[in-house]
Design a protein around this ligand. Structure first.
Ligand code: ADP
Ligand code: MG
Length: 352
């Protein structure tokens, strides 16, 4: 204990948001020190990470959809489950070492708090714990993503009152009602930002015979996507490959069309939120009448997401400040209060 606090001054104890799209690392007293896509480039057909030392994160994301024959860029957490243990381990290890080594405290191994999607299995949790340990972590604690998001969004999670968080990421949407530092009800679905991108790509194919890549559909979503009508609708030029002629071509699409294409994934997210509310204890549900719902994750930034959820639930809905960093900032708060939170977390001291 006493050693912990003395060494703590020199350590790079870190909180990690291991997201399906982005991984963020927060260090005590320094804020967010790493924010990179959860992408790894591997030799095609193997799970061997490319040996040039930087085939993870930003560099690897630029390769998505553009890799030459011998390389593929993989998102190992894509659906909120660990698709490939070895690649996830390589990615997590790379990020931990990058943060730890840069700060050069090699004699003191860090404590690490990792936020993981709430849907992952005991085996996957064990894999995350082991990976972090192998990447030089002294002790590893796991927290559920919605709890970390709620803390990062500064909801009063430790109080005896209901707080509701909806975290819309890339691969998963996680919805939870929290009270007294515990998750009372939660739901997690594998529908989120990626499905919106896919819905836009499917629309382009169906309506215009135009094939577009993942990055292009994501850009359309961010630039003109919406969940409810906008004051001024927009149009955008889209480039891709014509399915019939096979040649590059461009066309224009409107924000109304994009909204129509997004109806299905957004409908699934709304259903997930209403299902969670239906399962809430009456006292906690009553609290939400005054306190409403807070949105986090990149999907919270889609125009009109708050409005459609407010219409569907009749509750106030607000987007958290800086929704993309809520989970990472939440893990940092955990780190600062480890003694208080320790009993509520799974760690490498527990048996699974
Ligand atoms: P994860 O926690 O799963 O890694 P994030 O919370 O980082 O996910 O959110 C990533 C998702 O948010 C992606 O699908 C991305 O396209 C989406 N996103 C980011 N910015 C916006 C925006 N302005 N509008 C709509 N979606 C956005
Ligand atoms: Mg997330």
């Amino acid at each position: 204990m006493i050693f912990d606090s003395i060494f703590g001054m020199f350590s790079t104890d870190m909180g990690i948001d291991l997201g399906t799209c982005n991984t963020l690392v927060c260090v005590r007293g320094q804020g967010i020190v790493l924010n990179e896509p959860s992408v790894v480039a591997v030799k095609r057909g193997t799970n061997r990470v490319l040996q040039n030392g930087n085939a993870v994160g930003i560099v690897a994301k630029e390769m998505l959809g553009k890799t030459p024959g011998s390389i593929s860029a993989i998102r190992p957490m894509k659906d909120g489950v660990i698709a490939d243990f070895d690649i996830t381990e390589a990615m997590l290890g790379y990020f931990i070492r990058k943060v730890h080594n840069k700060r050069g405290r090699l004699w003191h191994r860090p404590r690490v708090v990792i936020a993981i999607p709430s849907g992952i299995t005991a085996v996957e949790k064990r894999a995350v714990l082991n990976s972090a340990e192998r990447a030089s972590a002294r002790r590893v604690y796991l927290v559920e993503e919605p709890m970390a998001a709620a803390i990062g969004a500064e909801l009063p999670v430790t109080e005896p009152t209901g707080s509701m968080i909806v975290d819309i990421g890339g691969g998963t949407t996680e919805v939870a009602i929290i009270s007294l530092a515990d998750i009372s009800v939660c739901e997690s679905i594998r529908v989120a930002g990626d499905d919106m991108d896919e819905a836009i790509a499917a629309h382009m194919k169906r309506t215009y015979n135009l094939m577009i890549g993942e990055q292009t559909s994501e850009r359309i979503k961010i630039e003109i996507g919406s969940a409810s009508p906008m004051e001024t609708e927009m149009t955008q030029e889209v480039r891709g490959r014509d399915m019939i002629s096979g040649l590059p071509r461009k066309t224009n699409i409107s924000s109304e069309e994009v909204r129509e294409a997004l109806k299905e994934p957004i409908g699934a997210i709304i259903d997930c939120v209403t299902r969670t509310l239906e399962k809430a204890e009456p006292e906690l549900a009553a609290d939400l009448v005054d306190k409403g719902i807070v949105l986090a994750g990149g999907g919270a930034l889609l125009r009109g997401m708050d409005t459609v959820l407010a219409n569907a639930t009749g509750l106030d809905v607000v987007v958290a400040a800086d929704p993309l960093t809520c989970v990472a900032r939440g893990t940092a708060v955990y780190l600062e209060n480890l003694e208080m939170w320790k009993d509520t977390m799974e760690s490498d001291e527990d048996e699974f």
